[in-house]
Design a protein around this ligand. Sequence first.
Ligand code: C2E
Ligand code: CA
Ligand code: CA
Length: 809
Amino acid sequence: MALSDFQPFGRWPVALLFLALFGVSEAVNLTFEVRRQSIAVFLTEIPLLLSLFYLPPLTVLTVRMVAAVAVKVGVKLTPVKYCFNLATKLAGTALAGAIVFRDWPFNNVAPRTWLVLAAAAGANVLVSLVAVIGVITLVQGRISRVALVRTAVPGLVVAAVNLTVGLVVLLVLHQSIWSLLLLAGLGVVFVQAYRSYGKFLRQHKSLNELYALTRAITESGRDGVLVDPLLARLRELLSAEYATLWMPASGRHPEMLLSARADYRGLLDIAGTPDSLRSRAMERGETILVGPQKSGHEWADVVSERGVKDAIIVPMRSGDAVIGTLEVVNRLGEASHFTPDDVRLLETVAAQAGVAVENSRLVERLRFDAQHDALTGLPNRRRILSALGEAIKVQTPDDVVAVLLFDVVRLRHVNDSLGHAAGDRLLAEVGRRLRDLAPPAALVGRVGGNEFALTVRTADAEAALALAVTIRESLQGPMAYGVLTIDVDCAVGVAVHPDHAADSATLLQYADVATHAAKGRRPSVQLFTSSLESRSVRRVGLANDLRQALDEGDLRVYFQPKVGLRDRRLVGVECLARWEHPVHGAVAPEDFVMVAEHTGQLGRLTEVVLGEGLRRVREWEEAGRALTVSVNLSPRTLLDPAFPAQVAQLLGEYGVDPARLTLEIAEGGVDGDPTRALATLHALRDLGVRLSVDDFGTGYTSLAALRRLPVQEVKIDRTFVQGMATDPGDLAIVRTAVDMARNFGLTIVAEGVESERTLGLLEDMGCDVGQGFLFSRPLPYERLNAWYTALGQGESTAAGDVRWLRAVQ
Ligand code: C2E
Ligand code: CA
Ligand code: CA
């Protein structure tokens, strides 16, 4: 029995059956994934072809239109789209009906019937295709050939397959109505197979995307920019309106709330997620899925109130701790919702992301630590160098990049006398003051144990120097430490790009060179000059040459007269070491003394000078000239406990009265290790040797502290003496020092006497002894003797003018 014969109740049951079939074929579509494109396949051609065989054309038209209207009722469509759909269907079905009209009713299923039916159903396909292409052309203008092929070919292929399937079904049905059962069975199998295929496809797709996502996370985690790719991909993967990452503030990290949103390319700092849901996920450390499929619990209100359709909130962990949440909100598409599969997916991503975020935070932290000083929290040397490099790169002809290097003076002293906690406090205080005083665009960092750098753009080198002077002045002042006060002060060196150096490392090094020079100046601020550099560069490689010079007696000792100002008599000489380097020429004493200090040759150097001084004193004494001799000591020499014994031995060796030897120690010399240095000073004093505080005024010895030192003489630093004739400040300092020394019963020596006017002022003040170019430059032994002899005869010498002197004897 064929279906056409089965008409006990007229055509109505068949018409109803097709109504249902049309409805199903309109509503249900199958999606296939072909070359990364998903193609939706409608099966409309099959019921159309069959209905054209079994029902009169007009009935087919009616049934199809009713089905189309009925199915679209629940679906929101714009009126235009709705009418367009109906019109195409009407036209297509009408054309198909017209084609079969002459042959209907068909009395067999011969190939001619196939052709007619296929032509009719095919015409329907063509009508809708032409309509779609027409609309696209209307809306977009001309349609490209590629787009035309893309639109038409898959549709036509699917239609051909559908028509074939339709004809096969027709043939089978025509054989026997019972084949319906077989067809139904086949249909079930087909749908089942399609479903698993679809599921497989989807899983495959999400696995691929998950893989890509985790790759993106791990790769970006390495450079610390993780969130951007994570959220954008996650939003796409789960077809969500929002994908959000939230991490509450913790430690150094501020709160982070970032969302990728469907209609926005970058990241937003808003989220679609209700806060209450988020904090709940965070507190409980459990995933929350809300939506119609999981509604009915207490969150449903919150959800509807915020206009949230559905959401998944997954806690993100690092180890056991929940560090934040990963959220997706509002599945795109009105009818679709997040599923338990989506939850699993998001949980997988959150696990990955938790690790990656922690890693990137770790990277951030390591990077921070690598670039900052732990004590002050300021950028460290590395950071300063790279900032300098960047500044140099974008330097303009209108300004310079300046480095101001601040050396905290007396830090060692504070560390030794008050402990390291006090030293740390001092450093932190200097860092804080510097940051407060720095211009807004400046970067302040700690670049060494007691060194801070300030980098800034200024108009020129002079402006940088002026800034250094201003900041140093404002930086000074006492700092409270418990009941004590610590004096804060810095020596500042300044170097600028491009005047002094081309790269950041050299610039910083030159600022350092300038800082060292600044320590001997007043005010302690120094702009770099190339003469400073040649000095510091020359120091390198001098060590071996110095050793050789010391061994071979190439290190010479010059003598500079010290003149009693009351009676203008020569009272003694200061021994000053001289070294003529075979290649470099004369090396400044400061330089080779430093080389000696750093290469363990200081003892030898001091011994050579001391020996030579004592030998000459002995010779003078034998010639009837009672002179004293002064020898300079490096601060480090005071740390050598064997030194006093060595002095005693040399005194004995040359047979010199200890009272004829004066040892000069620079004012800062006692700062290093006061206890040990003091012990040495006392031991020397016990020998009967005289002690002198050299360069007085450059250090920070208070008058009271000076009194506690076992010294007999104070030498006012030459910078004050040189300035006293013109600078009232210098004059006041010299006057105070002279008064103070008189009060304490100390001999006061003014070094650097260069002018008559200065000499007059010193005499008026009652200064005891003068030394300086006015009387004589340092001279070799023979020349000093000549000078001395000339002195007796009232002659002038090249070295100095003897008019100012009277012979001692
Ligand atoms: P100092 O102890 O302050 O030595 C005085 C310096 O002032 C000497 O420089 C001397 O040449 C210079 N001077 C003297 N009179 C005048 C003057 O009227 N005007 C000016 N502008 N300068 C004057 P010098 O010889 O270059 O020595 C520099 C420093 O090197 C010394 O400063 C001393 O600290 C150190 N030094 C020299 N010889 C020795 C030594 O044998 N051992 C140690 N440890 N240090 C030494
Ligand atoms: Ca000296
Ligand atoms: Ca001096």
